[in-house]
Design a binder for this molecule. Structure first.
Ligand SMILES: Cc1cc2nc3c(=O)[nH]c(=O)nc-3n(C[C@H](O)[C@H](O)[C@H](O)COP(=O)(O)OP(=O)(O)OC[C@H]3O[C@@H](n4cnc5c(N)ncnc54)[C@H](O)[C@@H]3O)c2cc1C
Length: 201
């Protein structure tokens, strides 16, 4: 079959790769002069099922509302006269219940674990290197409150197939000695040993 893929970000190029591998005749069209000039060019480079907790949650609802007037938060919300913005916001807000958080997290976790296998296989099959490091990711929290909420979410991931270790300060420093000097400012953390990192550029 002849297939046209619009957009040469990570999703478009990976889709084209798998379609071509299945024997289809694939053309990728990109509006920029080269591939990966959009979001894919400078993300954090985390291949992290440990990040599978869905963003839409009761906590995100509060952050979303605070972000309307506080522009120093990690998430910025600017009101605009754009109907798409309002329909998207309503859809997002509808997902901010505990029930939807759990359902969306289940889906994200399955997808993240599958994607991690795919990227490793793809890298092995094609020889594409991306400065990958397969040493896990350590997530740490500065306050007891954020640690309690964070560990609740990670425990949920742990119960649904992600190997995780909840770590106290001493273990944290054992895993990352660079934190020794600031360990008193950290309440604790979570270690996700199968998470990976790399360079998206
Ligand atoms: C700050 C930040 C950090 C992130 N960190 C991580 C991370 O650590 N790990 C992770 O897994 N994800 C991360 N993400 C998310 C990840 O980067 C995106 O999910 C991913 O890059 C999306 O890829 P994409 O191919 O769908 O989109 P894009 O990379 O944006 O590609 C879409 C492409 O389509 C092209 N295009 C659009 N419309 C047309 C058209 N009509 N005709 C032709 N071409 C068109 C665009 O030019 C673009 O090149 C991060 C995102 C951000 C913003």
């Amino acid at each position: 079959m002849k297939i046209l893929v619009l957009g040469a970000g990570v999703v478009g190029t990976a889709a084209a790769y798998y379609l071509a591998k299945d024997g289809h005749e694939v053309t990728v069209i990109e509006r920029h002069e080269a591939a990966a000039r959009g979001t894919s060019q400078s993300n954090a480079g985390l291949v992290s099922p440990g990040d599978a907790t869905a963003w839409a949650s009761p906590a995100a609802l509060k952050t979303f509302l605070r972000a309307l007037w506080n522009h120093d938060l990690g998430i910025k919300v600017r009101l605009r006269l754009d109907p798409y913005f309002y329909t998207w916001s309503l859809r997002f807000l509808r997902e901010c219940t505990v029930k939807r958080l759990r359902a969306n997290t289940d889906i994200k976790l399955r997808l993240a674990l599958h994607s991690r296998e795919c990227i490793n296989q793809l890298s092995e099959d094609t020889g594409i290197q991306y400065d990958e490091r397969k040493k896990g990711i350590l997530y740490f929290f500065r306050s007891q409150k954020s640690l309690d909420t964070g560990t609740d979410n990670y425990r949920y991931l742990g119960e649904h197939g992600l190997p995780i270790e909840i770590v106290g300060r001493e273990r944290l420093v054992e895993l990352e000695p660079g934190l020794a000097g600031v360990k008193e400012k950290i309440a604790g953390g979570v270690y996700s040993p199968i998470d990976q990192t790399g360079d998206s550029k």
